[in-house]
Design a protein around this ligand. Structure first.
Ligand SMILES: Nc1ncnc2c1ncn2[C@@H]1O[C@H](COP(=O)(O)OP(=O)(O)OP(=O)(O)O)[C@@H](O)[C@H]1O
Ligand SMILES: [Mg+2]
Ligand SMILES: [Zn+2]
Length: 269
């Protein structure tokens, strides 16, 4: 629309054409433009195609590409939402519903708040500690806060991700494995919940397959924010994944160690 209007204005005001032809690279067709140049009211030559039409086309093309890149993420986010991949008890998990029970939990909450305020799409976190200390609660609260700030975010437990990936091998699957992997690569913040559980105690080939998939995701996200929660210590994780893969996972992560009593037992005490 805009170029048609501009073109009318231009026809009214400019009648002079130059004998010279445009020698720009036509960014849309990737060849020398060669269109006849026009002369504006100040006597300067210009190419109407390059200065107006191609520039607008490029803008449209760029925004279409951006939308396509985000499409995978949105498709996966809504597919995951439908299947409600988050445990029910985490639906309610927000920052203001996290009640620290000791100093390590005070520190965890403050660190998480700072992380959200200073979110840069690059740094990640490792939340480590025994069961029921609110690691998944805090990680899921981070995703919710960042989505409020218009970032894209996906929370998925690793055992669940493995199941979902296997399900994509079924021909009737609505999602393809490449779509899942591309969404996990492109999302601004990815929570991989329960690191270690998906390979601990698994048979060799199942563990090797899972390790390979996780490495693929982690490797594709170098320089992007990934948050891990885990019951395992760093030493145990090195044993499970090997030093090379583990160090790659956590190289851009700050670590939060949470201690205390299992909150799931709170009503029994
Ligand atoms: N400090 C807390 N304040 C409020 N709720 C909490 C707190 N800690 C844990 N919870 C709640 O307790 C339940 C268990 O917490 P969560 O799932 O985050 O534990 P976790 O550390 O991820 O445990 P696991 O290692 O077993 O996965 C959740 O319903 C969570 O909302
Ligand atoms: Mg958890
Ligand atoms: Zn031109």
């Amino acid at each position: 629309m805009k170029s048609i209007q501009t073109s009318k204005v231009f026809q009214k005001n400019t009648i002079l054409t130059s004998d010279n032809r445009c020698r720009n690279i036509d960014i849309i067709n990737n060849s020398i433009c060669k269109r006849k140049l026009l002369i504006d009211e100040n006597g300067n030559e210009f190419c109407f195609y390059c200065s107006t039409i191609a520039a607008e086309d490029k803008e449209i093309k760029d925004s279409a590409e951006k939308a396509l890149e985000n499409e995978d993420v949105h498709k996966l986010m809504s597919a995951f939402k439908k299947k409600s991949l988050m445990n029910k008890d985490l639906h309610e998990a927000t920052l203001d519903k996290y009640y620290p029970q000791n100093e390590s939990q005070d520190v965890a909450l403050e660190t998480v708040k700072t992380y959200i305020n200073e979110f840069d799409c690059e740094r990640g976190l490792v939340l480590q500690g025994k069961p029921g200390l609110g690691k998944s609660h805090l990680a899921s609260a981070i995703v919710k806060e960042l989505i409020k700030k218009k970032y894209s975010g996906i929370f998925i437990s690793l055992p669940r991700l493995m199941t979902e990936l296997k399900a994509t091998y079924n021909r009737k699957s609505a999602l393809q494995e490449v779509e899942v992997l591309s969404a996990l690569q492109n999302v601004n913040v990815l929570v991989l919940d329960d690191l270690g559980v998906e390979i601990d105690g698994k048979k060799d080939d199942a563990a090797a397959w899972a390790k390979g998939k996780i490495y693929e995701v982690v490797d594709s996200r170098v320089g992007k924010s990934t948050i891990y929660t885990t019951n395992f210590t760093a030493k145990q994780l090195i044993e499970l994944y090997g030093e090379r893969d583990f160090s790659r996972m956590v190289q851009y992560c700050d670590s939060i160690k949470i201690e205390g009593k299992n909150y799931r037992f709170k009503k029994f005490s």
